[in-house]
Ligand binder design. Structure first.
Ligand SMILES: Cc1cc2nc3c(=O)[nH]c(=O)nc-3n(C[C@H](O)[C@H](O)[C@H](O)COP(=O)(O)O)c2cc1C
Length: 420
């Protein structure tokens, strides 16, 4: 008998012979009673992020599931993100008046109603047509920032036009400097509130099971292509306008490499391996608004980012997709907070799927968290309304969990609410 401590890993959520998703939890002993995730089409029946994940798995072709889920190599970093969250337990307080609960926070000097933002993710167009715009719309409606990736598929200006959006641009340093400088200038013209430079992906982490889907760079294997054909709903909602493209970068890619996968592989192969603190400081000086460095996993680096004038860092291991066997960003959070003081922004990400995950991160000193896969599951399950459902699930869980914890506001949270 196996009692997983908490969330469901891939091995814990498998399709049975009838295609139903079975979840093993402590309440399901030796498989009885079966606990089922919802994997149908009715969004309102998705109760948890895990349901949205099951819906996404059902709708997407296998190669897209593997791209979405995959961690690098042994996936030890990916597992650590979950284990680090699981290693903290909550210490509830009794008899506290929690008739009003407040989960609003200030991020980069602006108030927002929820303590999370949507993380930058590339190739969103594999999950739904116009996915970046849909994520941005759902974020704007919820009043949270959306960080658009350099590897996004919709034009920056189109995303910037979403009313009420807090639009952040995530920069990858690829190719020669004039390319990144042009992207930075464009983000400034588009009115982006913040520039987020990602520094943990100058080499592409080897997500092996996704790579096995390719016969050679840029070409899916024939079985993967045939398997994709078995997902007509995905085809109709994702590919009906043709294959997506990297709307913001494709002009920098050689003409014979402009296919969807070809250009992704070309950009990956042309990341700037010389990116260093001098270049980060140069970009800081170039950019007139808020500046964050994403992919920091070390308290010394958080301090160094502060010294070059960054407004904050995103403590992140890229959702376990880059260097394997790293610590979790949660592991470095208390020390990073101690070093940078209370005014410097710390966003943390990795494995956030539950309200309690967010409360733990805030109690350890984060200003807010980034949701990566959580909102992508919603997107891949049902497009914009799926993202909104993911946001609503997180909001409802945080609200209920605050009440259960005996904290009227996320501002009260600190390490005294936690035990190892
Ligand atoms: C499918 C996918 C694509 C991603 N693409 C990018 C990207 O283009 N730029 C970036 O800075 N981070 C990227 N990330 C990392 C996320 O920004 C974030 O750090 C990570 O997803 C957090 O972990 P979580 O998915 O467990 O929430 C990606 C993550 C996923 C899952």
């Amino acid at each position: 008998m196996r009692f997983p401590l908490r969330r469901l890993n891939r091995e814990d959520v498998e399709a049975d012979a009838t295609g139903a998703r079975l979840a093993r939890t402590p309440a399901a002993q030796n498989g009885t009673p079966e606990r089922r995730l919802y994997a149908g089409r009715k969004l309102s029946r998705a109760r948890t992020i895990a349901d949205l994940r099951a819906m996404a798995h059902r709708r997407l072709p296998a190669f897209a599931v593997e791209y979405l889920e995959g961690g690098s190599e042994e996936e030890a970093t990916l597992s650590r993100n979950l284990a680090a969250l699981a290693s903290w337990r909550l210490l509830p307080r009794a008899l506290v008046d929690v008739s009003r609960r407040d989960q609003s926070v200030a991020l980069l000097g602006r108030a927002m109603p929820l303590p999370f933002a949507i993380a930058p993710t590339g190739l969103n167009g594999l999950f739904w047509r116009k996915a970046d715009v849909l994520l941005a719309r759902a974020a704007a409606q919820a009043g949270v920032p959306f960080a658009q990736s350099t590897m996004s598929n919709d034009a920056m200006e189109e995303v910037a036009a979403v009313p009420g959006l807090r639009h952040w641009w995530q920069l990858y340093a690829f190719g020669e400097r004039p390319i990144r400088d042009a992207l930075v200038a464009r983000a400034e013209r588009a009115g982006c509130e913040a520039l987020v430079i990602t520094v943990d992906a100058q080499f592409y982490g080897d997500r092996e099971w996704e790579q096995r889907r390719f016969a050679h760079p840029g070409r899916l294997t024939m079985p993967s292509i045939l398997e994709s054909a078995l997902h007509p709903h995905w085809i109709a909602t994702t590919l009906s306008g043709g294959m997506p493209s990297f709307a913001n970068d494709v002009g920098y890619v050689p003409k014979d490499k402009r296919g969807f996968f070809d250009s992704a592989f070309w950009i990956r192969a042309n990341m700037d391996h010389s990116l260093d603190w001098n270049e980060a400081a140069r970009l800081r000086a170039l950019w007139p608004r808020k500046f964050l460095i994403k992919g920091i996993l070390n308290a010394n680096d958080a301090e160094r980012a502060q010294r070059i004038g960054a407004d904050g860092v995103v403590l992140s291991n890229h959702g376990g997709r880059q260097l394997d066997w790293t610590i979790s960003s949660l592991d470095v959070l208390p020390e990073a907070r101690r070093r940078v003081g209370s005014q410097f922004t710390l966003v943390v990400d990795g494995g956030m799927r539950r309200g309690t995950d967010v409360l733990k991160a805030l109690a350890l000193g984060a200003n807010a968290v980034f949701l990566g896969r959580a909102t992508l599951y919603g997107l891949a399950a049902a497009g914009e309304s799926g993202v909104t459902r993911a946001v609503d699930i997180m909001r409802e869980e945080i609200d209920r969990d605050l009440g259960l914890l005996g904290a009227a506001s996320v501002k009260e949270l600190d390490a005294s609410f936690l035990a190892r």
